[in-house]
Design a protein around this ligand. Structure first.
Ligand code: GH3
Ligand code: MG
Ligand code: MG
Ligand code: MG
Length: 312
């Protein structure tokens, strides 16, 4: 991952050295510590699996012949129970030089092996090589996560975007129908927003939209889904919420905007919004599209009746 210039170097990799023989274990651990790695010396496979489950290990040096669970079985368990986005390389360390055991080790998922007695420089080089592959795997994973987040995030406000709303609404509507659970949807449109842009400029308008997003998030529950629907319109999905509950939330949203004037380019500016509420179940709502349309119609009425109000 790219790091800013002058930022701290990444912490040293954590290597688990698993061997039931104390002398070998301490020798390998000492060698790796001497090269700057953080080493956790472990005397059995079960302890390693526990450490790995807690996410404490970046790479494993795993003795094959051990009392109890063998290194090969341990590796098999570790690899088959680790989710694909997590890559913890396993280097088998074996005293057996016959190709069969090495082939089996690689086949069950080990990433590399070294045979005892090993050349210290070769062991270190293999550790470095594996960590290099791990780093590029982790970097790709981080990039994928960033992309996935960007794909559902509105750039200006950091709220979810309309793409996310569409997929969540599909899910929530199905869930509501199946479990006969209520679902409310609030469509929120800032009043006379064009005037903010006209008086203070587009950038000040953007700042207002960001602040609206912050206030919306503060006015709803953790499980409610706050999205920027487009322009100066927002949609909030309220799962498991009846009319009474939705009215409480809508009222809180309206008040949190109205009561504290916005700071726009050094000027205190009142901001209000009109809110259209739609509910499932209710008359005329038989699909998620009709739920959205119902909220849109209610919003239109709120505007028509004078703005800064809630219509259902
Ligand atoms: P109403 O009370 O009827 O909703 O009036 P309004 O002025 O808010 O409504 P209208 O839909 O006419 O105007 C919305 C304005 O929002 C127009 C557009 O310039 C502005 N707008 C839309 N998206 C953005 C944005 O991302 N940033 C900024 N600064 N302004 C935006
Ligand atoms: Mg052993
Ligand atoms: Mg609008
Ligand atoms: Mg508007």
């Amino acid at each position: 991952m790219e790091t800013a210039r002058g930022s701290a170097p990444p912490p040293p990799a954590r290597i688990a050295v698993v061997d039931d023989d104390r002398v070998t274990r301490e020798y390998v651990a000492g060698l790796l510590r001497g090269h700057g790695y953080r080493v956790i010396a472990v005397d059995g496979a079960q302890k390693l699996l526990d450490l790995h489950r807690q996410g404490q290990v970046d790479l494993v040096l795993l003795d094959v012949m051990m009392e109890g669970l063998s290194g090969v079985d341990c590796c098999r368990i570790l690899k088959s129970t680790t989710p694909p986005e997590i890559f913890v390389p396993v280097i088998l360390v074996t005293g057996r030089t016959d190709p069969e055991s090495r082939i089996e080790g690689l086949r069950i998922g080990a990433d590399d092996y070294v045979t005892k007695p090993f050349d210290e420089r070769e062991l270190l080089a293999r550790v470095e090589a594996m960590l290099r592959i791990k780093r590029s795997h982790d970097d790709l994973g981080a990039a994928r996560e960033r992309l996935q987040r960007l794909a559902v995030q509105d750039e200006l406000t950091g709220l979810y975007n309309v793409r996310y709303l569409n997929s969540r609404l599909t899910e929530e509507y199905k869930r509501a129908e199946r479990h006969r659970d209520p679902l409310a949807l609030a469509m929120i449109d800032v009043d006379h927003f064009k005037q903010v842009n006209d008086r203070f400029g587009h950038e000040a308008g953007d700042a207002v939209l960001r602040e609206v997003g912050v206030r919306l998030k503060k006015s709803v529950r953790e499980i409610d889904v706050v999205t920027r629907y487009g322009g100066e319109e927002f949609v909030v999905l309220l799962p498991s919420t009846h009319l009474a509950g939705a009215l409480v939330v809508a009222d809180r949203v309206a008040r949190t905007l109205r009561e504290e004037p916005f700071d726009v380019a050094g000027t205190k500016m009142p901001v209000t919004a009109s809110i259209g509420l739609a509910l499932f179940p209710s008359r005329g709502v038989h699909s998620k599209e009709e739920l959205l349309r119902s909220a849109d119609r209610a919003l239109y009425r709120a505007k028509d009746e004078g703005r800064d109000r809630i219509c259902v």
